[in-house]
Design a protein around this ligand. Structure first.
Ligand SMILES: *Cc1c(COP(=O)(O)O)cnc(C)c1O
Length: 386
């Protein structure tokens, strides 16, 4: 592939910081680079407390433990998301209850949430797709009315805002991802953001194998011991060092992505006008982080043909998600509310274009290839001499 779908970008200091972590003589978790990442994340997101994890998946699992999700409990979420949104709760024995998405933002349709609530509902987990916020005013009002905690799967949402407020600062808990395909990366990596202060102390315990090690290091207890359930969710300092370098440049990384996104969006206007595709829709209440540029094509056949033609032109494009409610595990562990027609249609029609820092010089090539893939050469017109 001449132009891959994703290429991880280095800001420059990552490897120096990793060497520094080693020179510090501390490469297991929770050293000075981890503390620096926590501070940077709390500044960026406005969250009460940030804890690095080895993935967003891990942060979601911690969220499920913290909310004491138990067998038979229900958690309301979209079906149009990555598997980890559901798996974290299924691992606690809970039932993901899938509701449809809005046709504009492809986020959970907040108008369908209340009808999905039952006496077994224990939480609402929303996903900010493509770094564009869900309707948090409505969602938080429903959650308050029914006294349900909200978890934000903000894997794609770092540095996005809703009504000027950072994503990850609304729910009781939120999860970020630093997987290499996201905006700010550490290969694999994530963070749990904790806005409900009652959950902070237990989050530290769960993350540290169920021990009170964090309290011990703060001198608050004189020995450290097993106090609760937990696992090993903290990343090594090598990962935190890499991430610290990225987080220091997070705003610059986002600016550069937004430039690329804007170029795609201006270019795709005529494609939309010609009826070949629909462009992303960003509500006025949302500032997004240019995590993703996608097009919605007319149907599955058009999308399949597009991805093939792009591949032949050397450009990597991908689709997602296979809806969770119709996946083998989703039908086994989950339940849907209604038919989820928007989820089904979106999943057939969506294609993601490559968006990474450094692609700028290749963007024209991507756009020309996409134009040809969308509108195959018209059949030859009859020549005048005939
Ligand atoms: C990427 C992603 C995840 C998983 O993140 P990891 O860090 O790979 O565990 C979860 N949810 C959504 C919506 C994602 O985009």
């Amino acid at each position: 592939m001449t132009i891959p779908f994703n290429r991880p970008y280095l800001v420059g200091k990552e490897l120096d910081y990793i060497a520094q972590a080693h020179a510090n003589g501390h490469i297991s978790g929770d050293g000075s680079f981890t503390r620096q990442c926590h501070t940077l994340l709390e500044q960026i997101t406005g969250a009460g407390k940030a804890l690095l994890t080895h993935s967003c998946t891990a942060a979601l699992e911690m969220a499920a433990m913290l909310l004491e999700i138990a067998p038979g409990d229900e958690v309301i979420m979209p079906s149009f998301t990555f598997v980890s949104t559901a798996n974290a709760f299924v691992l606690r024995g809970a039932v993901p209850v899938f509701v449809d998405i809005r046709p504009d933002t492809l986020n959970i349709d907040e108008s369908l949430i209340e009808a999905a609530i039952t006496p077994r509902t224990k939480a609402i987990c929303v996903v900010h797709y493509a770094g564009v916020s869900c309707d948090m005013n409505t969602i938080m009002a429903i959650a308050r009315r029914h006294e349900l905690p909200v978890i934000e799967d903000a894997a794609q949402g770092i540095l996005s805002t809703y009504e000027g407020r950072p994503l990850g600062s609304f729910g009781d808990l939120a999860a970020l991802s630093f997987h290499e395909t996201k905006n700010v990366i550490s290969g694999e990596g994530g963070a749990l953001l904790i806005n409900n202060p009652n959950l902070i102390e237990r989050a530290e315990v769960i993350r540290e194998k169920g021990t009170n090690r964090s309290k011990f290091f703060r001198g608050q207890v004189d020995k450290y011991t097993w106090v609760d359930i937990g696992s090993s969710y903290l990343p090594s300092e090598l990962i935190a060092a890499f991430l610290a370098a990225q987080l220091e440049q997070a705003e610059e990384l986002t600016r550069r992505r937004i430039d690329i996104w804007n170029r795609y969006h201006a270019w795709a206007e005529s494609i939309e006008d010609a009826g070949f595709a629909r462009r992303p829709i960003v509500p006025v209440s949302c500032n997004h982080n240019a995590h993703m540029y996608y097009l919605l094509l007319s149907d599955l056949a058009a999308r399949t043909q597009f991805i093939e033609a792009m591949k032949a032109a050397g450009v990597g494009t991908v689709f997602h998600y296979v809806p969770l409610h119709s996946s083998p595990a989703g039908t086994r562990y989950g339940r849907s509310v209604g038919q989820l027609p928007v989820t089904g249609g979106t999943s057939d029609r969506l294609v993601r274009l490559p968006l990474w820092i450094g692609i700028e010089e290749h963007l024209d090539q991507v756009m020309r290839a996409a134009e040809r893939a969308l509108a195959p050469r018209p059949t030859m017109h009859r020549s005048i001499s005939e």
